[in-house]
Design a protein. Structure first.
Length: 94
């Protein structure tokens, strides 16, 4: 019986899950500030599922950013108040 040797390679842990999530949400804010986007466009851009996009949109809305929805065959979303939000947000409130 041959013995198998297990080679343990150290994996670069990279950014933690919460950091990846934060980067994606910031990317979402920037992406939606440029105009209306569909859920599928956002999902492809962020490399996440459409369900995750909906969760991120809810989180962005809970932060006080206005997520504007355009209804039609495919719903589209944009953020309309990024300039005001980031100018008026008190850094001490975090």
């Amino acid at each position: 019986m041959k013995s198998r040797q297990h080679i343990h390679r150290r994996r670069d842990p990279g950014p933690t899950g919460s950091l990846v999530r934060m980067r994606r949400i910031l990317s979402l804010i920037v992406f939606l500030s440029g105009g209306y986007r569909t859920i599928n466009q956002i999902a492809r851009r962020l490399d996440v599922s459409p369900r995750t996009v909906h969760r991120y949109l809810n989180e962005v809305n809970a932060l006080g950013l206005v997520v504007d929805t355009r209804f039609g065959k495919r719903h589209s979303y944009r953020i309309t108040n990024t300039a005001e939000y980031f100018r008026l947000t008190d850094p001490g409130s975090f």
